[in-house]
Ligand binder design. Structure first.
Ligand code: GAR
Length: 206
C-alpha cells in the first residue's frame, strides 16, 4: 500500500474523500498523516476521527519563510510518504519540498488551469464571465498552480451563479476527480513525460 500524506489548510472535504476511498478499498493506499498550517482547521478534527496523526506548523511560529519551509520538509519526511496530496492547502510549497519529492506531490485547483490560478479561482471565473469552469488535478511544479495536468473536469457556469454556488458545483466534481487520480497513482498507472501525463481520462461523474 502507498503511504499518502495530506497537506490541508481548512475544511478538509477533499481529504475526507481521499481517506474514505482508502478505507473502502478503491485506493491501494493509506493516509498516514496530515500536515496543516492552521491550528483551528476542521481537517484536524477529521484526522483525529480517522485515528491518523497530524502535524500543525503555523508560519507565524517561525522566524521566516525559510525556517517554516525547513520544518515542513522535516515533518513531511518523517511520514515517509509515497504520495503527497495537497487538498485545500492554501500555500505555495517550498522548492525544498518539491525537490525532495519529485513527481510525488499532487494538487487540486478549483478552475480549469491554466485559467484562474491563485486564490479565489471560482470568484475569478464568475467575474470573468466564463461559461464553463471546473477543477484540475495536477502534479505540483515550482510555479503557482502549474505543473503537469493529470485530469480536468468541466462544469457549466450559470448566469445567476455566485462564487458560492459555483464553488459548490465544482467541489462536487473535485472529490471524485481527486479520488480517481489517487487511485491511478497508487496503482502506478500515471506516467509523466515532460508536461504530459498519461494514464487518466477525464470523465464527469453521473
Ligand atoms: C477546494 O475547492 C480546493 O480545490 C481549493 O480549496 C478548497 C478546499 O476545500 N484549493 C485551492 O483553491 C488551492 N489553490 P476542502 O478543504 O473542503 O477540500
Amino acid at each position: 500500500k502507498k503511504r499518502i500524506l495530506i497537506f490541508a489548510s481548512g475544511r478538509g472535504s477533499n481529504a475526507e474523500a481521499i481517506h474514505e476511498a482508502t478505507i473502502d478499498g478503491r485506493v491501494n493506499g493509506t493516509v498516514v498523516g496530515v500536515i496543516c498550517d492552521h491550528a483551528d482547521a476542521q481537517v484536524l478534527k477529521r484526522a483525529e476521527r480517522w485515528g491518523v496523526p497530524s502535524t500543525v506548523l503555523e508560519l507565524k511560529s517561525f522566524e521566516n519563510k525559510s525556517a517554516f519551509n525547513d520544518a515542513i520538509l522535516e515533518a513531511a519526511k518523517s511520514y515517509q510518504p509515497d504520495l503527497i496530496c495537497l487538498a485545500g492547502y492554501m500555500r505555495i510549497c517550498g522548492e525544498n519540498l518539491i525537490h525532495a519529492f519529485p513527481n510525488r506531490i499532487i494538487n487540486i485547483h478549483p478552475a480549469l488551469l491554466p485559467s484562474f490560478r491563485g486564490l479565489h479561482a471560482q470568484r475569478q471565473a464568475v467575474e470573468a464571465g466564463v461559461k464553463v469552469s471546473g477543477c484540475t488535478v495536477h502534479f505540483v511544479g515550482t510555479g503557482l498552480d502549474d505543473g503537469p495536468i493529470i485530469t480536468q473536469v468541466a462544469v457549466p457556469v450559470y448566469d445567476d451563479d455566485t462564487e458560492a454556488t459555483l464553488a459548490d458545483r465544482i467541489l462536487q466534481q473535485e472529490h471524485p476527480a481527486y479520488v480517481r487520480v489517487v487511485t491511478a497513482f497508487c496503482a502506478d498507472q500515471l506516467h509523466i513525460e515532460g508536461h504530459h501525463v498519461s494514464g487518466m481520462h477525464s470523465r464527469p461523474e453521473k
